[in-house]
Design a protein around this ligand. Sequence first.
Ligand SMILES: Nc1ncnc2c1ncn2[C@@H]1O[C@H](COP(=O)(O)OP(=O)(O)OP(=O)(O)O)[C@@H](O)[C@H]1O
Length: 326
Amino acid sequence: MPGKKGYTLPMQSILSLRGVSKTYATGHSALKDVSLDIQRGEIFALLGPNGAGKTTLISIICGLVRPSAGTISAGGHDIVRDWRPARSLIGLVPQELTTDAFETVLATVRLSRGLFGKPANPALVEKVLRDLSLWEKRDSKIMTLSGGMKRRVMIAKALSHEPQILFLDEPTAGVDVELRRDMWRVIRELRDTGVTIILTTHYLEEAEEMADRIGVIRKGELILVERKQDLMRTLGRKELTLHLARPLAAIPPALAAHPLTLSEDGLRLVYTYTSATPDGGSDAAAPASIAPVLRELAAAGIDFTDLDTRQSSLEEIFVGLVHADA
Ligand SMILES: Nc1ncnc2c1ncn2[C@@H]1O[C@H](COP(=O)(O)OP(=O)(O)OP(=O)(O)O)[C@@H](O)[C@H]1O
């Protein structure tokens, strides 16, 4: 994040990747020269189509897969040279449930803490379970829990050793809408306690709803990292639809310079524009960009009875990015 004088403030970055690449034994190049800084306390969403390299990236950071090149530091510790302190800062909630189904909630979360070599801390385990609304279920066997509860157990396990950075790999895959909202609330609350969150998701709505910043990965390359608002503002397109008072046979030549399309029945004119301003400034300037076309419509004698506007969703932006020259 640029400081007042425009230089970066390394103190704020809790995770730092430099030139990370991974070529699997098959010769497949799954990650190509990825550099990224994650700021303390942010929610970062990593988006990419299937096979883009998201799980590979997370697995490398969590020490499960060795990078072929590059360096990664967590909290200032190199994850290879200094793996123990680096690893203790990181919690991982994997896609698959890997917990023993016959174990109770409490036992499995306690055990996870022990696996990290941390001394028993019943008060902390209780707090984690309470925060995730699992305390009432502490003596239930995992297999008796609902899908949403099982996911919470996975989060509780990852939090049991007090990580500062939490990776969530597809936290709401296959979860119904209500549970997804519930999970979003849980994740936000975690962030509010100071945990830095990095999540991968196929649900664009999830990134749109939750993320402070978004990284898009395609074929192993991190093709874009942006604050969500900036992404939506600079790549988002707006559409102004004018409902005409009288049908038009064609767009008058005087208006040919504008990006206008006419519906087949000649009753709707659609004007597409971006809301970005030349200086990357605020949206306040955006409506000005429709003024000239409205003036010229009036001058051409085209009346309209109604108008509406819509802004593209993150989904549309993402599809555009991932499929551009793919
Ligand atoms: N152990 C491995 N050996 C060889 N190739 C692998 C291995 N693991 C992953 N790959 C390949 O690397 C590429 C990236 O896989 P990865 O699992 O990181 O993608 P992803 O973005 O997480 O996808 P998804 O969204 O489907 O989980 C894929 O082409 C995959 O087939």
